[in-house]
Ligand binder design. Structure first.
Ligand SMILES: [Fe+2]
Ligand SMILES: [Fe+2]
Length: 351
């Protein structure tokens, strides 16, 4: 029996593009002899669940996270494509540079000639942007509580220093807050992706599909920043504060991601809970506060292109789209924090 299993393992590796059919042919004893390999092959198909952006339903964060984990465990996910059939393997080398390999990455108006390309990301419907709720995942265990309390203390301190609850929340206050926080929010995804990338190189093991989601999150946050910068020109002092904050945060997050990646994803999950709370308040100030002119202020062109907004879109539409992104990061990070670091990422590109 042992001999048959030894022979079988290389056969499985050769056929890893069709793992389930092979596993189904395995006698039970051989499955038990190679449990780690079998599990890896089984999860090889767990690139995604069929749901897109299910963060904007009425479910709680706990329910959405458990749904994702259950999807993986029960096998309810799409099958991995045969790599040889993926589009980029067949694209001729002299393809027009203005055409991305993935049509979803190219704005329909052909605005690609300036070299602007973005990674795939969700495009929200009107119903989705309006259905985002402020939610909270109850901390379970020491790491969760540590992450939650870290975020809460950072939030209280920043609110105090920026006068968020004391001053009139006018356009200047909102732009200062959005620009500063988005320079911070773009850090975790990039650092986490880098750590996992280097880990994969160093340990000579695959990443299990997390890196693309982390990079997409980092770029999405940077696009929030690029959009806000259309309305604000930061001073030298502002840039100095951002420089100091970035130096400290990159160092701190990088070290913690090496030691405790689950803590870091939970930390980002709670950070995103606060981001949703903040943008919800921003929308309230647009409705009946000091920035009601954002109801009619035209959206910057960069935002119209990125979120595929109507040409008549306003700043309110932009904030609704940003809030939907933050709600998406919230459930993605809480999900990643509830998984083992060697589990397959259930989010496929653009989800
Ligand atoms: Fe953001
Ligand atoms: Fe975010």
């Amino acid at each position: 029996m042992v001999m048959r299993s030894v022979i079988l393992i290389p056969r499985l590796m050769l056929h890893s593009v069709r793992p389930i059919s092979l596993l189904q042919q395995l006698p039970k004893s051989q499955y038990i002899l190679a449990p780690q390999l079998s599990r890896t092959l089984y999860l090889n198909q767990a690139l995604c669940s069929p749901h897109v952006a299910d963060d904007n339903t009425n479910k709680t964060i706990d329910e959405m996270v458990s749904d994702r984990i259950e999807d993986i465990k029960s096998g309810k996910f799409q099958k991995m494509k045969d790599p040889q059939k993926l589009k980029h393997f067949r694209t001729p080398p002299n393809v027009d540079a203005a055409h991305s390999l993935d049509p979803t990455m190219v704005p329909k108006d052909g605005a690609t000639t300036d070299g602007s390309y973005t990674l795939p990301h969700p495009i929200w419907s009107t119903k989705e942007v309006h259905s985002v709720k402020v939610t909270h995942k109850t901390p379970k265990g020491l790491l969760d509580w540590f992450a939650y309390l870290t975020i809460k203390s950072l939030r209280v301190s920043y609110d105090l220093v920026s006068g968020y609850n004391r001053r009139t929340r006018d356009e200047a206050l909102w732009l200062n807050r959005i620009v500063f926080l988005e320079t911070v929010a773009g850090v975790p995804g990039m650092v986490a992706a880098m750590v996992r990338h280097l880990h994969s190189l160093r340990k000579m093991r695959r990443d299990h599909g997390w890196i693309h989601t982390l990079l997409e999150e980092a770029e999405n946050e940077r696009m929030h920043l690029m959009t806000a910068l259309q309305l604000k020109n930061p001073s030298l002092m502002f840039k100095g504060v951002v420089l100091a904050a970035q130096g400290a945060f990159v160092t701190w997050f990088g070290i913690f991601y090496l030691i405790a990646p689950r803590y870091c994803h939970r930390f980002v999950g709670y950070l995103e809970e606060e981001a949703v709370r903040t943008y919800t308040k921003c929308l309230k100030d647009i409705e009946d506060g000091a920035i009601s002119h954002w109801k009619t202020k035209p959206a910057p062109q960069i935002a119209v292109n990125y979120w595929n907004l109507a040409p008549t879109a306003t700043m309110k539409d932009v904030i609704l789209a940003i809030r939907a992104d933050e709600a998406h990061h919230r459930v993605v990070n809480h999900t990643l924090a509830s998984m083992n670091k060697d589990d397959f990422n259930p989010y496929k590109p653009g989800e």
